[in-house]
Design a binder for this molecule. Sequence first.
Ligand code: ACO
Length: 452
Amino acid sequence: PKDVGILAIEAIFPAQYVDQEDLEKFDNVSAGKYTKGLGQAKMGFCTDREDINSLCLTVTSNLLRRYNIDKSTIGRLEVGTETILDKSKSVKTVLMQLFEEEGHTDLEGIDSKNACYGGTAALFNSLNWVESSAWDGRNALVVCGDIAVYPRGSARPTGGAGAIAMLVGPNAPLVVDRGVRSSHMQHVYDFYKPNPLSEYPTVDGHLSVKCYLSALDKCFQRYCTKAEKNLGIKQMSLDHLDAILFHSPYCKLVRKSLARLVLNDFVRLPLDTKLSKYPPLAKFAGVKLEETYTDRDVEKASIDSSEEIFAKKTAKSLRISNQNGNMYTPSLYGGLISHLTSHSASELAGTRLALFSYGSGLSSSMFSIKVAADGKPGSPLHKLVSQLAFINPMLERRTRVPPEDYTKVLSDRESDHKLAPYTPSAPIDALLPGTYYLTHVDEMHRRTYAVV
Ligand code: ACO
């Protein structure tokens, strides 16, 4: 099959959020710590009415409905998540409720887990399937979702929640480049969830940031080598990428990551080019990447060298991250949606986007998307972009909840999220039509849902 990639994309965010300025005051930290220091404005969160199953049910059924998809045309369905409600039964099997009633049960794929990387693993599996001998001519559905919550303290403002679904198949308006996917995987305890009774991770926050940046270095260097070999680009550099999108734990880290790629570009380019292209970095001509993770002078020079590139190639991809927080597995794809919704189809047509996916522990990959050349009305690209018009209104209509209430929701979750039997009590009136919500957990931990 030709031009395998993303045919359609759908998202759901929680109906309520906490404002980061409100949270700064409530947490009694210095003004600007969360808003400027982390670059975050709002953080979405779920009440006891929503869990990972309900988020994924909602986003999947919304995608099927919005695009009027005949379920018999889906041959693969898989999920990426790190929000584990059950150590055996997958979220994918829960989603089968949407298919089995009409007799569609021939669907490959299951859940992938590794911190924020599972969505990318599910996407790669689906692309591989469509490009393989196992493919039966149908499309694949990739679903990623998470509820990101932290204990009180410095990590709490980097939470978030949401789910994204993507339809994958041939002749796509967003074609995933072949032969350039590059990964870096390693054993590290930077962020992990060793306690099955708690929703909270164990985090070494500053180590996780260093791991993220060093994984970015490795993936980008490998991506460039492969792009030179397989995309026919003579000297790969940031010039060949029209947009650069990142997994976003918080927006400030993405700002630093783009600066980091400029530093990588600087290291890779021939001497004369690098000096004229990035003057603030000139005095670091012999710099070794691995020695610079805590070097504030290099960081500042890289930031100064990357203002324009950031504004042009990355800033607009941060809207959902800034407004909703870290959704974990869907975070990178929220970046993709933000990028798509802040450009017209004709601006997007023919561009190449790079995507960096990071999941602690750690697994990371960089890959790229070539956008279809035709963005005219009626084209698949134009349709994909037009169908995303609901995103910004959906963000705007959410309810702002005081930090006191947010904190209460989280402390209730701490005691209740594993209870059985359990009947949730949060109101459902704020939920959008089409949203699945939890109605009951019985004494055998079996969960039932209803739809608004
Ligand atoms: N005004 C402006 N900036 C401020 C203010 C203020 N009042 N106060 C602090 N800052 C700045 C700091 O100078 C710092 O800037 P820098 O990043 O340029 O150094 C930044 O805000 C963060 O402050 P720190 O004190 O360094 O960080 P803190 O200890 O509060 O924790 C962290 C930040 C580590 C990101 C924490 O929120 C965390 O552990 N989060 C979860 C882990 C995480 O998201 N890791 C990322 C990759 S893994 C993943 O995706 C889960």
